[in-house]
Design a binder for this molecule. Structure first.
Ligand code: NAD
Ligand code: ZN
Length: 318
């Protein structure tokens, strides 16, 4: 704020309570009301400084205020740097579910400074690492190994370790979304680990954090791919070893029934005619594309159920 003011800009600092619970219509309404009260015109820009909640919410404020004003994303969590701030999806949660109301609104600029991660709790750093491993798994095997090898540095928020890795993740996500800005095709590869991951989050009543759910989801979906003959043998085991370096689970967390997980998957946005679909990889570094050109694979519920049952803690990963 001081620097922008020193540069001659008129700046209003708007804050809200941290946490997912703030990512709703009420906060969107309060923020836009405060902007109207401050007489912000169409020549205003929103600068979103914070984690993914701030980025999604402030991005949606920018997308809708006076029918759209520019937004600059300044992500301060690892998840926001490598994922939420890139790609232009903005939005809020409703009581029915997460991210159900929103808009595509590309940022004019994204500023990532890994130095701010020094204050981020370790589980949040691990959550960001899950998405970084995903970027490697779908696009770049050498990057996947680099993230795995840098686990200690990432969890210690070491800027020198983080800087090149954050840059590569941003590059991968930006490359995928720029070929498919509106999630109609190739962008689905970013959903690797997320069909099972979202079901785990929902079935746990949102007590399992997103990164942990995605870590488990990547291992389970690779296992599924191996049983379908799509994914190279040994891929699930490789993923399991990598997520373990970040203290992330390589199994379905205890107490989640397969039936509840399957129910969650049927309402996933990739489901078609209630048939569960997931984004597979051919092996580490290679997103899978079917012979029909599709970036997602349909899976029979019985096979999904069997894979979920075999992916419990203590059972060997195939
Ligand atoms: N639009 C997208 O493509 C996209 C992608 C991934 C996630 N998301 C969204 O992002 C959200 C998750 O993001 P998140 O994990 O950043 O959660 P978050 O924004 O809630 O941040 C997590 C916590 O960390 C705090 N925090 C942020 N930066 C910090 C720092 N440098 N030091 C100390 N504390 C800090 C926040 O105040 C918050 O309490 C979800 O709402 C999710 O839906 C969106
Ligand atoms: Zn994710």
């Amino acid at each position: 704020v001081e620097r922008l003011r020193a540069g001659g800009a008129r700046v209003e600092l708007l804050t809200f309570a941290a946490g997912e619970a703030s990512k709703n219509r009420a906060t969107w309404g309060a923020l836009t009301d405060r902007m109207l009260a401050a007489h912000c015109g169409r020549d205003t820009a929103v600068v979103a400084v914070g984690g993914g909640v701030t980025g999604d919410l402030a991005g949606f404020v920018a997308a809708t205020y006076h029918r759209g004003i520019p937004v600059v994303q300044v992500p301060t969590s690892l998840v926001a740097m490598v994922d939420a701030a890139i790609g232009g999806t903005t939005g809020i949660d409703t009581t029915v579910g997460k991210n159900l109301v929103g808009a595509f609104h590309q940022p004019r600029l994204v500023v990532c400074d890994p130095a701010v991660l020094a204050t981020l709790p370790v589980p949040a750093l691990a959550g960001g690492a899950a998405e970084m491993l995903k970027h490697g798994a779908i696009e770049d095997a050498a990057y996947f190994e680099a993230v795995t090898a840098a686990a200690a540095g990432i969890l210690a928020a070491d800027v020198r370790a983080l800087e090149p890795l954050v840059a590569r993740s941003v590059e991968i996500k930006a490359a995928v979304v720029s070929t498919d800005e509106r999630e109609s095709g190739r962008r689905a590869v970013l959903n690797f680990g997320h069909t099972v991951g979202h079901a785990v989050e929902a079935a746990s009543g949102w007590t399992v954090p997103h990164g942990a759910a995605v870590a488990a989801g990547m291992v389970v979906e690779a296992t599924l791919g191996e049983t379908l003959g799509i994914t190279a043998t040994g891929t699930a085991a490789r993923l399991a070893r990598s997520v373990a370096r970040f203290d992330l689970p390589a199994w379905i967390p205890d107490g989640l029934a397969a039936e509840a997980l399957l129910d969650g998957m049927r309402t996933d946005k990739k489901a078609r005619a209630r048939r569960v679909r997931f984004s597979a990889i051919g092996g580490i570094g290679r997103a899978h594309r079917g012979s029909d050109g599709a970036w997602t694979v349909a899976v029979d519920p019985e096979r999904m159920r069997a894979t979920l049952e075999s992916s419990r803690r203590g059972q060997p990963v195939v």
